[in-house]
Design a protein around this ligand. Structure first.
Ligand code: SAM
Ligand code: SF4
Length: 459
């Protein structure tokens, strides 16, 4: 695919002259969940009118609540290798940096996964730098196989999403056969001159190779792909339109756009100076971007990591985020190290609370932390997931799954007070399951989990 830079730049230029009447009509359409044109998305991005911003936030919040209810899917990253042949100016794993590089041995991998499982995680995002000899695809496959093979008293890691460098169709086929969940790859920036500037050397420098990665993944049968840009590299409004064009390309060609969109924002990291990046995104603009993505692609999950701090995460959950990481470490072997002794994280996290405290706060704020991994296990991927989402049936599927997995989490990892809190949420939210049969089944399964008569239920 190609990103037509001039087209996006013209959209943004024209948007500067969009009148209030045009923006009001766009907001009306957004409110009615009508699809927005590129021109309309550009106008929402560019408007600086505080009244418009207020409405954008309100509409995004309403869409979020209508489609995702109170559910928030939980996950954690697992860094397996920091060997890298690329020279990305923003990343501490950049091959120009001199530090003791390593990858996890299979014993170390099992130790990390054991800790993550003790935190209650069922869904991981496997992360690695790019290095064909130190970290070949066979090593990644071995990690995946070992993680899926591990069985714990409380179950297992049930879904491994993979965030590794753009690779060949043949390697994507191997990842597909290994049973990965989503293949995640951030475009970093859709603005080609910026892309060239920040990728100083290595295979990742090839913009087209990176941009076409999801086409190769789709051709290899991976139909859940997760996009994203690293906000802070180029004009953030340009990036949002780039994401939209990429999403439409995938939708047209493969019947489903991005399964998820991640919104990482540049953080300080060793070997780079954040002040060298002229397009850092302030908090208000960032919140506006999250809200506009939510409005533009209502059915695409949105992922937020611990790059954002506690307050920002709380705010963005209201505007569109549907998945968050918790208890994260961005170091190879980071979960086995104490926070003070962490050696060479990829970047510095801004929310270092424990998974349990994040999950508890979510419940206090009225959310349902969900450990669901059912769609991928039931083969509801790609366009099958999208048609489920668009049919409005998500409430009869994702909600019971969220409640049953929260119930399991509370019995496995919570104390009496936590269990009481979870039971109150489950009692309250079960009533919102529209389908009578599924509602009854959920109540029965929650009771089985509570009395230790069964587990790992999903619709
Ligand atoms: N090495 C692979 C790649 O580059 O595609 C896999 C992903 S890398 C482990 C995860 C992501 O971290 C990168 O895609 C990049 O967007 C992000 N990242 C790198 N440096 C960062 C920084 N200083 N702040 C925030 N995110 C950063
Ligand atoms: Fe390597 Fe990925 Fe970091 Fe670039 S972002 S230096 S490819 S780990």
């Amino acid at each position: 695919m190609q990103i037509n830079r001039e087209y996006i730049e013209n959209l943004l230029d024209e948007a500067k002259t969009a009148g209030d009447a045009f923006i009001s009509r766009t907001l009306d359409k957004a409110e009615k969940s009508e699809p927005l044109s590129h021109r309309e998305i550009a106008a929402l991005l560019v408007t600086g009118n505080p009244e418009h911003l207020k409405q954008i936030f309100a509409i995004a919040g309403a869409i979020k609540r209508r489609i995702y209810g109170s559910r928030i899917v939980m996950f954690a990253p697992l860094y397996v290798s920091n060997y890298c042949v690329n020279r990305c100016a923003y990343c501490s794993f950049n091959c120009g940096h001199d530090f003791g590089r390593r990858k996890l041995t299979m014993d170390e991998l099992r130790e990390e996964v054991t800790i993550l499982e003790k935190m209650g995680h069922k869904r991981l995002a496997l992360e690695a730098g790019e290095h064909d000899s130190e970290c070949p695809i066979d090593y990644i496959l071995e990690c995946i196989e070992n993680i899926y093979e591990m069985k714990f008293e409380n179950g297992a890691i049930r879904r491994i999403n993979v965030n590794i460098a753009a690779t060949t169709t043949e390697n994507y086929r191997k990842l597909k056969d290994a049973g990965i969940g989503t293949y995640i790859l951030f475009q970093e920036t859709y603005h080609e001159p910026t892309y060239e500037r920040v990728h100083l050397a290595g295979p990742k420098k090839d913009f087209a190779w990176h941009l076409d990665a999801f086409d190769r993944a789709q051709e290899a049968g991976i139909d859940d792909v997760g996009g994203g840009v690293l906000f802070g590299l180029a004009d953030p409004y340009f990036e949002v339109l780039g994401l939209m064009l990429h999403n439409e390309h995938l939708e047209k060609k493969y019947g489903a756009g991005f399964h998820t969109i991640s919104v990482p924002r540049l953080c300080p990291a060793s070997g780079m100076n954040i002040a060298d990046f002229p397009n850092l995104v302030d908090d208000i603009t960032f919140a506006k971007i999250v809200a506009i993505i939510r409005i533009a692609v209502p059915f695409t999950g949105m992922i937020l990591s611990t790059r954002e701090d506690h307050g920002m995460r709380k705010k963005l959950l209201q505007l569109g985020i549907s998945q968050i990481s918790a208890g994260s470490r961005t170091t190879v072997g980071g979960y086995s190290q104490s926070a003070q002794n962490e050696t060479h994280p990829q970047f510095l996290v801004n929310d270092d609370r424990s998974a349990l405290s994040i999950i508890t706060e979510l419940m206090d704020d009225g959310y349902i932390p969900s450990f669901c991994t059912a769609c991928y296990r039931n083969g509801r991927t790609g366009d099958r997931f999208m048609s489920l989402a668009k049919s409005g049936q998500i409430g009869n599927v994702c909600l019971p799954n969220a409640l049953m997995t929260l119930s399991e989490y509370s019995m496995d990892y919570g104390d009496a007070a936590f269990q009481e809190k979870a039971a109150a949420i489950i009692g309250r939210e079960t009533a919102h399951i529209a389908d009578e049969h599924i509602r009854q089944k959920t109540i029965e399964n929650v009771e089985k989990i509570r009395t230790n008569k069964g587990r790992d239920f999903f619709v």
